[in-house]
Design a protein around this ligand. Structure first.
Ligand SMILES: Nc1ncnc2c1ncn2[C@@H]1O[C@H](COP(=O)(O)OP(=O)(O)OP(=O)(O)O)[C@@H](O)[C@H]1O
Ligand SMILES: [Mg+2]
Length: 253
């Protein structure tokens, strides 16, 4: 009972955490816009207005998707989407934020993917997973570059997020996914120690693997692995979808 109560509280904290992150991103874009960093005309600032609208919609989706905990996948929110386009949007959203921190963000893709780039997943949760890892890459890098990559390795689809930041000591790697854990070395940094816990929970719920490679003083690479499923779509098993379809099938039309 107490365990359940604790996990609900954590769930709520995690939601506040991600809502707040989106608002912080929006503030950065707005401040830059007010300072004239993107130009003066509507045509010049339109892409950034679209980013702001996107950030706003993300907050709405986050709040609406809270009908269920992010540890589990709600079959009603599972959709099929193209990961290439999905990450392109993420790149567009994070590019001004990286620029604000004097970092260069790159989005690198391959010309060919063995089994395509279609993914079946809860998009809002996948977004939370990627955004939290990307936010860390920016937060823990004071100078240099950040790479967002969509690759394939053997049969699997791979997302890599690599930074040239402070790195993580080998003895701390096993702690970083724990809820509310923050490195003692980064005590001067703001945050709740929830970003990676959220990312791992989403990965776990979707059957994805997350690997971390890091060298102190050189940088960190997070690798998210979408294992290949026989039906040519990565992510959740095809059996996840029919639940929502069953609702439709059950309707007496
Ligand atoms: N890319 C990274 N480079 C260096 N250290 C990292 C990186 N990502 C995570 N860490 C370390 O792992 C810890 C946990 O990360 P996590 O995202 O869960 O929390 P946070 O960033 O401290 O706070 P929050 O995400 O709640 O704002 C961080 O405090 C930091 O010490
Ligand atoms: Mg974080």
């Amino acid at each position: 009972m107490q365990q359940e109560h604790l996990s609900k509280q954590l769930d709520l904290l995690a939601l506040l955490h991600d809502v707040s992150n989106n608002h912080q991103g929006a503030s950065i874009v707005l401040n830059q816009m007010i300072a004239g960093a993107y130009g003066q005309s509507l045509e010049e600032i339109r892409p950034f207005l679209i980013s702001l609208q996107e950030l706003n919609e993300r907050v709405v989706s986050l709040i609406q998707s809270r009908k269920t905990t992010f540890f589990e996948v709600n079959p009603m929110t599972v959709t099929q989407f193209d990961m290439l386009a999905f990450l392109q949007k993420t790149y567009c959203l994070f590019n001004p934020i990286a620029q604000y921190h004097s970092l260069k963000l790159h989005y690198e893709t391959q010309t060919l993917y063995k089994h395509g780039t279609q993914v079946r997943a809860d998009g809002v949760s996948i977004d939370r997973m990627i955004c939290n890892i990307l936010t860390n890459a920016i937060k823990y890098t004071s100078r240099g570059e950040i790479f967002l990559r969509l690759l394939h390795q053997c049969d699997d689809l791979i997302i890599e997020i690599e930074d040239t930041g402070i790195g993580i000591a080998a003895e701390q790697i096993s702690n970083i996914f724990l809820p509310l854990w923050q490195s003692p070395n980064s005590s001067n940094r703001v945050g709740m120690g929830l970003g990676l816990y959220i990312a791992l929970s989403v990965a776990y719920a979707h059957g994805l693997d997350i690997k971390v490679n890091s060298t102190v003083g050189q940088g960190t690479k997070f690798t998210i692995i979408f294992p290949y499923k026989d039906d040519g779509i990565y992510g959740l098993d095809g059996r996840m979808l029919p639940k929502s379809q069953k609702v439709q099938d059950a309707l007496p039309i």
